[in-house]
Design a protein around this ligand. Sequence first.
Ligand SMILES: *Cc1c(COP(=O)(O)O)cnc(C)c1O
Length: 390
Amino acid sequence: MTEPETIAAQTVGRIDPSVGALIPPIHPSTTFERAPDNSFPEGRIYSRPDNPTYAAAAQTLNALEGGAETLLFSSGMAAATAVFLALDPGDHVIAPKVMYWALRGWLADFATRWGLRVDFVDLADATALEAAARPGETRLVWVETPANPMWTISDIAAAAAIAHRAGARLAVDSTAASPVLTRPLSLGADLVVHSATKYLNGHSDVVAGAVVAARRDEFWDRIRMISARNGAVLGPFEAWLLQRGLRTLFLRVRAQSRSAQELAERLATHEAVSEVFYPCLPAFRGHDVAQRQMHGGYGGMLSIRVRGGAAAAIATAAQVKIWKRATSLGGVESLIEHRASVEGPGTPVPDDLLRLSTGIESTSDLFEDLARALDSATTGSAESVSVAAP
Ligand SMILES: *Cc1c(COP(=O)(O)O)cnc(C)c1O
């Protein structure tokens, strides 16, 4: 079994040998029996370090990413922060200027107080990374590509080469691409991180995260220990839902990518839209790199800037009927969000930007709904909408 579609659809071909079931069981047990000879014959002791329900989703993702081992976490943030916590206080790390907002906040606040020295760099530009890397001092380069919420593209192979020359590891937050479109380990990354809450599960009903390692080494042992000891582990029911979501990953992501591409192309010529952020568009910065490192599509995420400013953007979101006004991404239902309202003061995101997570609904329904809202927001009473953050 080698083709990724087959691996995902059949959960790596697993059949439960005890009953012949095609669908894996859920093991709610928190504890496992010790044998009379004092050993643990199955290798499991307690559910915080390991639960057998994790295996289906973890092995599927591991095979899709081409990793040596995959660990599931209770959220994408728990997965991402485990990687940083495996470093030592005093270590230098490089992260993108524009990235998933909550993680950027954690790095600027908690990680910095804990002793990491964090530089935020424009990682769409490999020469800026080269200039920021400190040989012998930088321990981790963190890349998110495409990056929230402007879908900035970083060149993974170039970043891996620069990181490795400096003696650092490269971790890639591949949440937006998913293993359907990009396989960072094959491009030289050392770790891949996912918010499995998004495309991997795909149904907006599980909060989960994952870290995939290219190899088992001493750094990976530290991440494993953080998972087991800090205890930000996934519940068995959530792990089971995640494996079910993964079975349709390829169908969903490909449909979402096709739809997002059509929306991006049509919105690019809409008079109420001043800019479209989507890696497929030839004018998009990073388009060439995206074309090289993404396969079979550019993902379901795009953002637009609305002519008329923040009030017009918020008024557009207020008037859609099919798109749902909500945060998060990667589910089968389409979501729209005024990003600056979520990120608050200090955000680098333009205040007229709407982030769009394309679901699997009819593309023409989605386009017409949005076009109608844009028309009425930019010609109607947009001035009366207030721009207060929640
Ligand atoms: C959502 C998200 C996270 C955080 O994941 P949670 O599951 O919400 O904790 C990290 N990175 C990216 C790119 C995300 O979209």
